[in-house]
Design a protein around this ligand. Sequence first.
Ligand code: PLP
Length: 393
Amino acid sequence: MKRLAQTPNAMPGSGIREIANLAVTMPDVIRLEIGEPNFPTPRHIADGAARAVAEGFTKYTQSAGLLSLRTLIANRVSGTHSIDVTPDRVNVTVGGVQGVQDVAIALLDPGDEVLVPDPGWPNYEMAVRVHEGVPVRYPLSVEHGFVPRADDLERHVTARTKLLVLNSPGNPTGAVFPRRTVEDLVAFARRHDLYVLSDEVYGELIFDGEHVSPATFDPDRVVLVNSLSKTYAMTGWRIGYVIANDAISRVITKIQEPMISCVSGLVQKAAEVALTGPQDCVREMRDSYRSRRDAVVAVLKAHENYLYTPHGAFYIMVDIGRSGLGSREFALALLQEQQVAVAPGTAFGDAGRTFVRVSLATEQGPLIEGVTRLCRFVNMLRDRSEVAATRRQ
Ligand code: PLP
């Protein structure tokens, strides 16, 4: 038989899945590798979906999404971002995952370069590669709180660079970009005539400070990707949206047809309930993540393993450099020997090689137990390698 398509075939699998697939085969594992809220979808949203079924929202909708939902999204983002968004600039997508794909399809020709954060959410690199673009990683360092600096980005720009990916609050770091940084990054994008993909799926999950979107400063250049997955604990519903300038939005609407036709109508109606209903559920979940963040930071400090404090999302990168193991090796050993599953930092790029990512989207009891075991394991491995080094001398 003829061979399969080369590009997707050559794409490496997810380094998080490797650990997750092993963890499900083992008893009593503390699961800190998964990036999804441990809360159920709020009742009133689920009820909204049931009502939508009863009311017959069980057919195709427009490819871009229901006008009623796009109007709600446009109004909300106009308010939160201080820009003028019209419903025809909104496309409803199958989560942020498909939103990122839409942007890659709409913007990239083969060989176009895309600046992707390192460490960063693995899907950016996959989406770029699958559409024959070239991901160029730009480093985020713990010394700068995992916040990008326009000066560092300059080194990675070429005549082929077309798109800059920004993600604040960030996965896997929890970094929140200050206003000044966002302004600098938009100026950088203008200077080099780059589009910006601003992934704001954690935009409502800020513990300290504010969420500042690059779209506020240049709504035509910035393509905003958002989702209801994290904000409303709706990961399995698969709904998000992309907001872009008129030309990009038209292309995205066109490609929705061969890709998905449309997002499920009843899920779109549930999203309307999420956006218009009571918002205390969002505040309550955010408060839980914040107190878990504080508790984890306290454990890290107590074990002298503290590096930085994440200000949003629900992740923290934990330093495992002193263990003497690589990040994947460490995650596998931690799972086998301590029954704690974490995501290896290298799943997010080379810059993650001395880290593992811990998800705060787990009940506080097991979370603290898991992080405590992790810290003790790092210290034990460090002591062991120090003893071995002394013996060798
Ligand atoms: N963007 C980031 C940074 C994420 O971490 C995720 C999910 O983990 C997504 C986008 C997409 O999520 P969804 O497709 O569920 O909206």
